[in-house]
Write a protein of this length. Structure first.
Length: 314
């Protein structure tokens, strides 16, 4: 059983107004896949007459590319996707992450870990578990003996200790019922790396709670992270948003488009080019009823796409 061990200060009302967000990493410009995610989250917010926020997820500072965040903002605006509040930058929110991290340490939920990937692989092999290259490793709990240690060892990674039989289920608005056994499929996962950087898992949970996010619409590549985030939400006493995971845009080899594989940036150099990129994104999201029409402005297209989205998801 998973218990909410603490409460968020001044938690939002249960009847919260819709607040969604788009949270790109500034590792390059928007490509077709990230535009589809941005459009889907924007349409969902507008169809619910809610707010749409922009968060720059640059918590992994070594991977951030100077100027990429500004380029992404320019592409979004060129496509008519305007956000409703000032953007939030994760690199400026270390104090908030530290507060949540310290709370979990004080509650005896974390422990330091000095295992390398090679060490974990060897431990799994000893247990008869074969792992493939680049596969996410299921942590076997090698350093659990340090659970309850409250001195913040800066040379170690810090993991959260999962309870036994930790299975979490949720309803995805697009994919239906989802369930995951965290012990068997993930293991105790890292919240702060050995280099002192907080992980995406912790940062996104803290940000969503403090920004009052009620609905998360994002690519299906992040589906596997959702159960970990729900577990952290409960551990920190935060509310859980509703989730909707969108189909991924794939390349000619069937791989997800990504900045790491040098996916081409969308062309927003003119309104015509931006509208074409939006139409391609909408078609990928299943809004063929809209893309069959001819639009002479981005605004008219977005109005029609919002109505079509509302019919499907609201």
């Amino acid at each position: 059983m998973i218990l909410a061990v603490s409460k968020l200060q001044n938690p939002p009302s249960p009847a919260r107004a819709y607040r969604g967000r788009f949270a790109p990493s500034p590792t390059g410009p928007l490509h077709a896949g990230s535009l589809a995610a941005a459009l889907g989250s924007w349409l969902d917010a507008r169809a619910h007459q809610g707010q749409w926020l922009l968060r720059i997820e640059d918590v992994d500072t070594p991977r951030s590319i100077p100027g990429a965040a500004q380029q992404i903002q320019g592409q979004l605006l060129a496509c008519g996707l305007q956000w409703d509040e000032e953007p939030v930058w994760q690199s400026e929110r270390q104090e908030a992450y530290q507060k949540a991290f310290t709370q979990l340490i004080n509650e005896g939920q974390l422990y330091p870990c000095n295992c390398s990937r090679q060490t974990i692989t060897a431990a799994l092999k000893a247990l008869g578990v074969q792992t493939e290259r680049h596969q996410e490793l299921i942590y076997p709990g090698s350093c659990r003996s340090q659970l309850g240690l409250k001195q913040e060892n800066t040379l170690a990674a810090w993991r959260i200790a999962l309870p036994e039989h930790c299975t979490i289920a949720f309803e995805d608005r697009a994919l239906g019922h989802q369930t995951q056994h965290l012990n068997q499929e993930v293991g105790d996962f890292v919240l702060r790396r050995s280099d002192g950087l907080f992980t995406y898992q912790l940062a996104v949970v803290v940000d969503d709670a403090e920004q009052g996010i009620t609905h998360v619409v994002r690519g299906a590549d992040l589906l596997s992270n959702t159960v970990r985030q729900i577990y952290l939400q409960k551990a920190l006493g935060y509310p859980t948003p509703k989730y909707l995971h969108l189909p991924l845009v794939l390349d000619e080899f069937g791989e997800k488009l990504s900045k790491q594989t040098l996916a081409s940036a969308i062309d927003t150099s003119t309104p015509t080019h931006a509208l074409k990129a939006l139409e391609q994104a909408a078609n990928h999201l299943g809004l063929q009823a809209v893309t069959k029409e001819r639009f002479h402005s981005i605004h008219a297209f977005l109005v029609a796409a919002t109505a079509n989205w509302k019919d499907r998801y609201c």
